[in-house]
Design a protein around this ligand. Structure first.
Ligand SMILES: Nc1nc2c(c(=O)[nH]1)N[C@H]1C(S)=C(S)[C@@H](COP(=O)(O)O)O[C@H]1N2
Ligand SMILES: [Mo]
Length: 316
């Protein structure tokens, strides 16, 4: 049982778009009972079918937010995924990503290196739904019902040694299917990292689904991160590898432009990006602009992680 707390950013569930609005639509799409037809589908669709039996997962109400849900159509058609291009309209290109097989490697400072298919990894985990806000460093925001499992469970499964201080995550690398990866001036593969304290904080979530079904390719299938108190670029998509290390990882964007995108990247309205203000954010799918919140509104859960770290560039 989850203890339901009501932190500052929480509101009663009825103020969030009611679940039945999208459950009904999903039923209307008839995706359930598609198992028999699965054999005729391409491999990527078949992998999704295998996992579809796990959905919808029970909602964990601890993480309600003060925003209406962003419409599913918007969440799945306005994306950042540079492997498939630098525009927001990469959903079609991302269909080329093959999800089966999808081997996950867990290595570095661990008791034993592990290689297993993502379906097996997800199969070991209890899935739940959480509604999180997503704040891109470009000053737009969404509110998304993710399905997944706490990153702390992945850490437990990995059994890192006591010397491990960071977890480094890496996206797939396959320029054959991802045209962006043919652009040699980017430091592929996409890399991100968290401290062990961040990775085991209860908010850090490994995403397998969205709106009650397997996460679509463009949103980071089959496994992506959601760390809602940080700018969106920290929430790495389509992860292949988790490496436990005592060295701070250099992330993709930090490697490209360290003055603009740092390791910590915690959301803060008072620390502007060098080229624009972070004071407000555009709510994608509406005409609204709203004030940005410190730690994207999740400070009660994470501010303590940064006590005594005033010398670090925590908000960029
Ligand atoms: N591998 C990979 N992960 C990525 C990105 C990317 O380009 N490649 N973009 C990041 C950025 S900048 C954001 S805002 C979010 C967007 O997630 P969404 O498209 O699901 O909203 O994914 C993040 N994860
Ligand atoms: Mo972003």
């Amino acid at each position: 049982m989850h203890v339901v707390r009501r932190p500052g950013w929480a509101i009663p569930e009825r103020e969030v778009t009611p679940e039945h609005l999208y459950l009904d639509r999903r039923r209307a799409l008839g995706w359930l009972g598609a198992g028999a037809a699965a054999a005729a589908l391409p491999a990527s669709a078949r992998a999704n079918e295998l996992l579809a039996g796990r959905y919808p997962a029970p909602r964990n109400d601890t993480y309600e937010v003060q925003r209406a849900l962003t419409p599913e159509e918007t969440v799945t058609s306005y994306n950042n995924f540079y492997e498939f291009g630098s525009s927001k309209r990469i959903a079609r290109a991302a269909r080329a990503l093959e999800l089966q097989p999808w081997e996950i490697l867990i290595d570095g400072m661990v008791a034993e290196e592990k290689r297993l298919d993502v379906t097996e990894l997800i199969g070991r985990m209890a899935l739940e739904e959480r509604v999180y806000r997503l704040r891109c460093v470009e000053a737009w925001a969404m509110t998304i019902p993710w399905t997944g499992f706490p990153m702390a469970e992945l850490v437990k499964f990995a059994a890192p040694s006591s010397g491990a201080r960071y977890v480094r995550m890496e996206t797939f690398e396959n320029p054959r299917v991802a045209p962006g990866q043919r652009q040699f001036w980017y430091p592929w593969p996409y890399v991100e990292g968290l401290t062990m304290a961040e990775a085991t904080n209860e908010l850090a979530f490994l995403v397998t689904g969205l709106y009650g079904r397997p996460v679509p390719n463009q949103n980071g299938a089959p496994l992506r991160l959601a760390v809602p108190w940080k700018y969106g670029f920290k929430s790495i998509k389509s992860i292949k590898r988790f490496t436990f290390t005592d060295e701070r990882p250099v992330s993709f964007w930090e490697d490209l432009a360290a003055d603009e995108y740092g390791f910590w990247a915690n959301v803060n309205p008072e620390v502007p990006h060098p080229r624009w203000s972070q004071a407000t954010e555009r709510v994608v799918g509406s005409d609204e602009r709203v004030p940005t919140r410190l730690f994207n509104g999740y400070g009660d859960d994470v501010a303590h992680l940064y006590d005594g770290m005033e010398d670090e560039r925590l908000f960029m």
